[in-house]
Design a protein around this ligand. Structure first.
Ligand SMILES: O=c1ccc(O)c[nH]1
Ligand SMILES: [Fe+2]
Length: 347
């Protein structure tokens, strides 16, 4: 449904308040030709209402000839910021960057964060942003779950569809996403409400079954027949199933990069204001499908890069695959049972 300027500005007011934007601070808004004009206009007005000094940086797009779709997450690593020393220095000298372009998994993003700049990613359509305005309660709940994940050494995931996979964890940090950036050097994504870590290098073994109705991203489709991944020593060794498996194999092979098959982040969704069905109601090119990633009770695993967490893999191929109805054990504690988050586990 259309969103009014008033509603979008109010949503940004709340997100900037939660992100502790103060009068006199520098807010840089990173955008591109695909940036939603209402999101951009509202973010600009809201930052000015907060008394911030606002800069807009628009960058020309790249990677069109390399990606096989228009999804912003289809081709990662190089971004329009790569090599742009003028823009990078402006962003490193900002208190907060509102990323309406998408820098995810880019070395430049890490470089800007290391300077103490905060980065908040927001590229979903206005009505999704307005529906998922973050809350302090979201933050508390995700942080509570992260205290368990941070000290864990194994994650074991099973499902009635046949998933039975074990991940050794602990080599990489736990990343919390709850939709705002209250501390210097922090990155977050609005909408969100989930957490993850990265599997230890070579430490993933077992079978993952993507069941009928589970979601592939960036494909943004509900798979029609089971897709079975055999995982050993941290890499997907086979992808079997029907047409979805064929297309997934071709998508990944197009990158000609063995790192595309490496296990990346693993975690679970905790956002009750995100829905599994929304993808069925959207033009696939209008959303990056954050509902599926943050959906409360999903098990979200991904393949490809791990530079986001300090790993050395920077492959451009990144798949996010949220599954329903899984049971997720972190060491001996069940944190998700049959697709339902067990909050008691985090007390
Ligand atoms: O918010 C996000 C979005 C995509 C991703 O791969 C990780 N976190
Ligand atoms: Fe991902």
């Amino acid at each position: 449904m259309p969103v009014s300027d008033h509603q979008m500005i109010s949503a940004w007011d709340e997100v900037l308040r939660l992100s502790q934007v103060q009068a006199g601070q520098t807010v840089s808004i990173l955008c591109g030709p695909h940036t939603d004009p209402l999101t951009l206009r509202a973010a600009t007005i809201s930052a000015q209402r907060a008394g911030a000094i606002v800069t807009k940086i628009e960058l020309p797009p790249i990677n069109a000839e390399k990606a096989t779709s228009r999804d912003l997450l289809n081709y990662l690593g190089e971004t329009p910021l790569t090599g742009n020393t003028a823009a990078i220095s402006a962003l490193k000298n900002s208190d907060i960057v509102l990323d309406l372009m998408l820098l995810l998994f880019s070395p430049e993003q890490m470089d800007i964060l290391d300077s103490g700049t905060k980065i908040l990613l927001a590229v979903e359509p206005p009505e999704v942003l307005v529906r998922t305005v973050p809350t302090e309660a979201d933050r508390q709940r995700v942080l509570a779950a992260s205290r368990l994940l941070k000290r864990a050494r194994t994650m074991h995931v099973t499902s009635p569809a046949g998933t039975d996979v074990t991940f050794k964890i602990g080599e990489f940090p736990t990343i919390c996403e709850y939709g705002f950036v209250e501390e210097p050097g922090r990155w977050d994504h609005w909408p969100s409400g989930f957490l993850f870590t990265f599997a230890n290098e070579g430490g993933s073994d077992g079978t993952i079954v993507i069941d009928r109705g589970d979601i592939l991203l960036p494909q943004k489709n509900y798979v029609s027949d089971k897709v079975t991944l055999k995982v050993s020593e941290g890499f997907v060794r086979s992808i079997e199933g029907g047409i979805d498996a064929d297309l997934l194999r071709e998508f990944m092979a197009a990158y000609k990069d063995p790192e595309a098959y490496a296990m990346s982040h693993i975690g679970w969704g905790m956002q009750p204001r995100c829905y599994w069905h929304t993808l069925s109601l959207y033009d696939r090119e209008r959303t990056i499908a954050m509902d599926a990633r943050a959906f409360e009770g999903n098990f979200l695993f991904s393949l490809g890069p791990n530079n986001e967490a300090g790993g050395k893999r920077k492959t451009a191929c990144h798949l996010d695959i949220p599954l329903r109805n899984c049971t997720v054990r972190v060491d001996d504690t069940i944190v998700v049972r049959d697709g339902k988050v067990i909050d008691e586990a985090f007390q």
